[in-house]
Design a protein around this ligand. Structure first.
Ligand code: C2E
Ligand code: CA
Ligand code: CA
Ligand code: CA
Length: 279
């Protein structure tokens, strides 16, 4: 029995060793990919449920790997957050989005209220230098703050630190709006929602998936909460026309999901701006 225990221990430690090596390799590759700017942004349309017109896009990062092809954020965002690499990576993503916005605005009339939403992780948001990064990018690209929206998680608002409060105020003064991403999946506290200026709640895909024909409980509650606090709602992960119609009847303003469009490479997103912008 002792023998077996020892063997088991050795197998376990070999596995852990291999995992640690794999992680280290991925970290090194990620570092190099950031240096070489191997990331691209895909744009998922956000659509008005009432008019079916394009309101803007959510920017989603993809790693263009030289041999493995396109790598999805699920495989690298957590590691980027754990290692602090999300700061330079997030900066690159924001710069790319603003460069694209700058080109779009030179070629098309984007219209009132058109916005690109960018995911901002807690690590970035907690960094007192974050707002300077944002300012530099806005100045370099000539992009107006009101064309941007930052998607943050509930947790950031709950932290109640000085630097987060001042970053929130600075963002607001640049005209950049805020969405709470994956609303309802984290540590919700209703107090902060009115304490800070948040314009939008994003309903997580898991709640949209769970909607029943006769019971839309959680989604209804989130939509009502948003409206009571004078916010709007965006539903994520809408895949069927039934979901679309249910959300519409609940009064949800906007949605994104495979039913309308997948996240698109920049060329396809640009083509959408050239068209009638109906989905
Ligand atoms: P998220 O912010 O909740 O983004 C929505 C995710 O749902 C995206 O996955 C999108 O492709 C996917 N999605 C959209 N519509 C549907 C649908 O109808 N059905 C299904 N099954 N999925 C749908 P993606 O692009 O793989 O991104 C995953 C997560 O990675 C994001 O979740 C976000 O948390 C994170 N992420 C992506 N880009 C960035 C970034 O630039 N910075 C940071 N900090 N995080 C990012
Ligand atoms: Ca998001
Ligand atoms: Ca989300
Ligand atoms: Ca989500």
């Amino acid at each position: 029995a002792k023998e077996m225990g020892r063997n088991r221990y050795e197998i376990f430690s070999l596995e852990m060793y291999q995992q640690a090596i794999a992680r280290l390799n991925l970290e090194n590759e990620l570092r190099l990919a950031i240096q070489q700017q191997h990331f691209v942004v895909h744009y998922q349309p956000i659509v008005s449920l009432k008019t079916r017109s394009l309101l803007g896009f959510e920017a989603l990062a993809r790693w263009q790997h030289p041999t493995q092809g396109l790598i999805m954020p699920g495989e690298f965002i957590d590691l980027a957050e754990d290692t602090g690499l999300i700061k330079p990576l997030g900066g690159q993503i924001l710069r790319q989005v603003c460069e694209t916005l700058s080109q779009w605005s030179a070629s098309y009339s984007l219209g009132n209220g058109f916005q690109v939403s960018v995911n901002v992780s807690g690590q970035q948001f907690r960094d007192p230098a974050f707002i300077h990064t944002v300012d530099r990018i806005l100045v370099d690209t000539g992009v107006a703050g009101r064309w941007l929206k930052f998607e943050i998680t509930e947790r950031i608002l709950l932290e109640q630190s000085e630097s987060i409060a001042s970053t929130l105020a600075a963002i607001r003064s640049r005209g950049i709006e805020l969405s709470i991403d994956d609303f309802g999946t984290g540590y919700s506290s209703l107090r902060y929602l009115s304490q800070f200026s948040v314009q939008t709640l994003k309903i997580d895909r898991s709640f949209v998936n769970q909607m029943q024909p006769t019971r839309q409980g959680i989604v209804q509650a989130i939509v009502d909460l948003a409206h009571n606090l004078e916010m709007t709602c965006i539903a994520e992960g809408v895949e069927t026309e039934l979901q679309l119609n249910q959300l519409l009847s609940l009064g949800c303003e906007a949605a994104q999901g495979y039913f309308f469009a997948r996240p698109l490479p920049v060329e396809a997103a640009t083509q959408m701006l050239e068209g009638d912008r109906r989905l």
